[in-house]
Design a protein around this ligand. Structure first.
Ligand SMILES: [Mn+2]
Length: 210
């Protein structure tokens, strides 16, 4: 599975595949134009795998599409309610506001990182705090959205736990996000789970635009 596109100043791509032997993946991603130059990213990992996991992730994806302008903590609660009669899912939400800031909120095992071009190898500029829980089943009581800085050229990488998380050192940030996502999936996928990775680059203000 591969998708890519661009929204506002953001170029993004997603690569994923189902657990070998399964027809559907329970991992989903959502990229939504949230208005006013904002982009909402979500990566969802339905508990377990197969159709029941995909059903949980689909519910959350629909809720996000229908309520994209709400704050992240509200979106998390809406996802929780919508998945109440499903297995539930790990949910990570990232809002890029277009003004060099990211807001992020995650429950369960989806990793979100901002990676910057460093001297030599890429450097992790920020890592989202992961809060334990299962959205749809057990939501932690204090949902705290974090805000981090993102500079033009930085890449947001969100990955489910079907991806080994040691991919940062070998990233080639000079590549388009479509190649970044495909390379991470190809070289860091686990054989034991569905897998999905989303890469999004902040391109900064378009030259000549005011
Ligand atoms: Mn998983």
């Amino acid at each position: 599975m591969h998708e890519d596109g661009s929204v506002g100043t953001v170029e993004w791509a997603v690569a994923g595949r189902a657990l070998p032997g399964q027809r559907v993946s329970g991992d989903r991603s959502v990229v939504l134009d949230a208005g006013d130059g904002s982009v909402l990213f979500a990566v969802l990992d339905g508990l377990g795998h197969g159709a029941a996991a995909a059903d949980a992730a689909d519910r959350a994806a629909q809720v996000l599409a229908d309520n994209r302008a709400e704050p992240l903590d509200v979106l998390m609660v809406l996802c929780h309610r919508a998945m109440a009669d499903t297995r539930g899912a790990a949910v990570s939400l990232v809002l890029f506001t277009g003004d060099d800031e990211l807001h992020w909120l995650g429950v369960g095992n989806v990793e979100s990182r901002v990676v910057a071009v460093g001297p030599g190898k890429p450097a992790v500029r920020a890592t989202a705090l992961m809060t334990g829980g299962i959205v749809g089943y057990l939501l932690p009581p204090n949902l705290q959205t974090q805000t981090v800085a993102i500079r033009p050229g930085d890449v947001l990488v969100m990955s489910t736990d079907g991806i080994f998380s040691d991919f940062v050192d070998t990233l080639d940030l000079a590549q388009p996000t479509t190649d970044i996502a495909d390379d991470i999936l190809r070289h860091h996928v686990k054989d034991t789970d569905d897998a999905l990775v989303l890469a999004a680059r902040h391109r900064g203000p378009i030259a000549g635009a005011s």
